[in-house]
Design a protein around this ligand. Structure first.
Ligand code: G3I
Length: 337
């Protein structure tokens, strides 16, 4: 088989994709592509607080369960994403006038969700994107809702709670902005490693680190020693590495020619994976979507895009589910491992 799934598997990796469950359930052709190419899937937003908790007293597992059924039917694994993220706090928590103990709400949520999927997931992104240097703290912690409510201890608490509810799932800390050899990413790497070291010292149950891998084409800097050293530090802590949200933002490419853009995008995939897959700590590679038909980079308001009229070609398959140079770049990178 010439699938990414098979090529990854042959080199000790699992390959997969983020999935919007609605797309999967409404488009059989898309379901077929996923089942051919993926050994693992992750729901892109269906397990976040906002989706799971329409109200304080309701948990809606319908979408997550549907993806898990699809995954198991096709002999795939599934990741959980995410138990704690600053960007998915339901309004009902924030606006609740007589807010009961947020800490208890947090513990109850993580316990309920982890128990629901206990024994059935490959890993959980327990805490997502906790570091934000520009918030000005010396430990780099983001001043998120969870942080403001509970202080820095919310991170350890999330991991302990998850472990108690599902003893075997791999518990992951997931973050972005560590891929490039520039000053900004170097600072983020330093702060994340400091966080991870502290957690290890305090015996917090932590198994893996997610490197989101939202990378960009057309940048002046590349991938190299910074990323390699970062992965080696993680490996030395006894942790696995998952590339959890790989895609290539091509907004900065100055030319419109599709062939040229596809070649540039493919080269970024190759360059990135050449450095990343050199680390034996890397066990899984997931792209954030698999087809350009469904990429968050083309979603919603385009205010963050420099080229609003040029849909991005960020993923291995085009919007008609045909493999692009990026697909072959990823496949070859697996083969060179
Ligand atoms: O499903 C509802 C639909 O019923 C409703 O009509 C519609 C109206 O807005 O919203 C739909 O939900 C949207 C959901 O995506 C479905 O795809 C949410 O509004 C929208 O906020 C949500 O966006 C997701 C975003 O995270 C926020 O959760 C993106 O798909 C997802 O790709 C993105 O993923 C994040 C990772 O979790 C963390 N790292 C960065 C990455 C990209 O931003």
């Amino acid at each position: 088989r010439h699938s990414l799934r098979a090529h990854a598997h042959a080199h000790g990796l699992v390959y997969g994709s983020a999935v919007r469950v609605h797309d999967l359930l409404t488009l059989p052709e898309y379901a077929r592509l996923l089942s051919e190419q993926c050994g693992i899937v992750v729901p892109s937003s269906e397990l976040k607080w906002v989706a799971l908790r329409p109200s304080r007293d309701r948990y809606d597992f319908t979408q997550g369960d549907a993806l898990l059924a699809f995954a198991h039917h096709n002999h795939m694994e599934m990741r959980g994403h995410t138990l704690c993220w600053h960007n998915s706090v339901p309004d009902w928590i924030k606006t609740d006038q007589n807010r009961p103990d947020t800490r208890q709400l947090f513990i109850d949520h993580i316990t309920t969700v982890c128990r629901h999927y206990a024994g059935r997931l490959q890993s959980w992104d327990v805490v997502n994107e906790a570091i934000l240097p520009s918030d000005g703290r010396t430990d780099g912690l983001r001043k998120s809702f969870w942080f403001e409510q509970m202080g820095p201890g919310y991170i350890d608490l999330a991991f302990h709670t998850a472990r108690a509810a599902d003893p075997n799932v791999l518990l992951t800390y997931n973050d972005y902005g560590v891929e490039f050899d520039d000053k900004e990413d170097a600072e983020r790497r330093r702060l994340i490693l400091e966080l991870l070291r502290g957690m290890k010292q305090r015996n917090v149950p932590l198994d893996a680190v997610g490197i989101q891998s939202h990378v960009k084409a057309g940048q002046p800097y590349g991938f190299g020693k910074g990323l390699a050293d970062y992965m080696e530090s993680i490996r030395q802590m006894g942790l696995q590495v998952f590339l959890t949200e790989l895609d290539v933002n091509e907004d900065d490419l100055a030319y419109n020619d599709v062939e040229k853009r596809d070649a540039a995008i493919a080269k970024i995939y190759s360059d990135y994976l050449q450095v990343a897959l050199a680390s034996p700590a890397v066990k899984a590679v997931l792209t954030w979507g698999i087809t350009d038909r469904f990429t968050w980079l083309n979603d919603g308001p385009t205010h963050h895009r420099k080229q609003p009229n040029r849909p991005q070609r960020s993923l291995p398959f085009d919007s008609d589910f045909k493999p692009k140079p990026a697909y072959f770049a990823v496949r070859d990178s697996f083969d060179h491992r």
